[in-house]
Ligand binder design. Structure first.
Ligand SMILES: NC(=O)c1ccc[n+]([C@@H]2O[C@H](COP(=O)([O-])OP(=O)(O)OC[C@H]3O[C@@H](n4cnc5c(N)ncnc54)[C@H](OP(=O)(O)O)[C@@H]3O)[C@@H](O)[C@H]2O)c1
Length: 331
């Protein structure tokens, strides 16, 4: 079988992403073959096409950590031709050929049948939206309710951030969105934010203390770094922070005080190895009670052949919302 793909290859000190006609060796191993309709652009996809990005095990690879579409062949009884599915996480797009190709083959244990979402909706959410949903579900499981007070979302214009704002506002929370983009107010307000603030600390001369004024009932943080330390210092007694990312850095300069004096919980969010049964259950909720209200507003669409420019925007922090990449018919 021959098909089109965007292939990332090492070239000197660089990684080059180019359109290529490839064969079965670019399908990957697995029992379910999928005609890819859509993929998406995530922060991690940007790292996959960056020299020293640290996420790809071996080049050449078809990047794309999300893929949605239609099953065309299955050796596993759980799936049949025509099923609409999404697969993301595990090794997809980093150690197993991913979604930037007309076809992909993956193990059945990585595949989620879609219920209440089209392949385009599912790819619009993709890994970033799923991570937002995991974060919100973790806060709800922790016992967070709208009556507890405002919930902060950092990196609010990002993929995780925009979907988190939408989901939390839809559940009735007062959402405060923290962003570095001065022109993002309209987008974030339309998604449901009650208030938009700058990146943390808002006052660049402020001194970070382990405990500050207790303001947030909870937070969804995909920024990490010093920003996360500021968030932790301002969480109310018994509150929780769902932490998933590191766009602001990996080192968090905090102390144990928020945990031992205010009973604050830091909830770790990992979408990559999240077990398939729980993954399928959360996707079902994303098509039902947790369905985001503004998917069309936060989605930009581009053909997958133009993904390099989108990933450059993500890498330089210029990107907002989610870019869903059209794969079928795009080559
Ligand atoms: N744990 C998991 O399973 C998981 C899954 C998905 C993503 N992630 C991680 O979560 C993070 C966000 O992913 P994403 O796909 O949402 O990325 P994204 O769409 O690129 O959004 C990241 C956002 O972070 C903010 N930001 C960028 N540079 C920053 C800086 N230097 N300091 C503070 N804020 C900065 C920006 O928001 P503003 O301009 O609005 O401030 C940006 O829009 C990444 O670190 C990613 O690796 C983890």
């Amino acid at each position: 079988m021959q098909f089109w793909a965007m292939v990332a290859r090492e070239a000197g000190d660089d990684v080059v992403l180019a359109r290529e006609k490839v064969g079965d060796d670019f399908l990957g191993t697995g029992t379910v073959t999928i005609k890819v309709h859509y993929s998406s652009a995530n922060y991690k996809d940007g790292l996959a096409v960056t020299r020293g990005g640290g996420v790809v095990r071996e080049y050449p690879i078809v990047p794309g950590i999300d893929l949605s579409g239609e099953v065309v062949e299955s050796q596993d009884p759980q799936f049949a031709p025509g099923d609409l599915v999404i697969a993301h996480g595990y090794d997809i797009g980093v150690a197993h050929h991913g979604g930037y190709a007309e076809y992909a083959r993956v193990p059945a244990g990585w595949v989620v049948k879609l219920d209440g979402l089209t392949p385009r909706d599912a790819a619009t959410l993709g890994t970033a939206g799923f991570t937002a949903a995991m974060s919100v579900a973790a806060l709800l499981d922790h016992g967070l309710t709208p009556e507890a007070g405002p919930v902060l979302v950092t990196g609010a214009t990002g993929g995780v951030g925009t979907v988190a704002v939408d989901l939390l506002a839809g559940l009735g929370f007062e959402v405060v969105a923290s962003t570095g983009k001065s022109d993002a107010g309209d987008l974030l307000t339309e998604l449901g934010a009650s208030r938009v603030i700058g990146r943390l600390p808002e006052d660049p001369d402020a001194k970070l203390r382990p405990l500050g004024k207790a303001v947030w009932a909870g937070a969804v943080d995909s920024v990490g770094g010093t920003s996360l330390a500021w968030v932790l210092s301002a969480v109310k007694y018994g509150g929780a922070v769902a932490a998933s990312g590191l766009t602001g850095g990996a080192a968090v300069p905090t102390t144990v005080l928020p945990f031992i004096l205010r009973g604050v919980s830091l909830l770790g969010i990992d979408s990559v190895q999240f077990p398939i049964a729980r993954r399928r259950a959360l996707w079902t909720r994303l098509g039902a009670d947790l369905k985001p209200r503004h998917l069309d507003r936060l989605a930009n669409e581009a053909p997958v052949t133009e993904v390099a420019a989108v990933l450059r925007d993500i890498h330089s922090g210029k990107h907002s919302g989610r870019t869903v990449l059209r794969v079928a018919g795009a080559f």
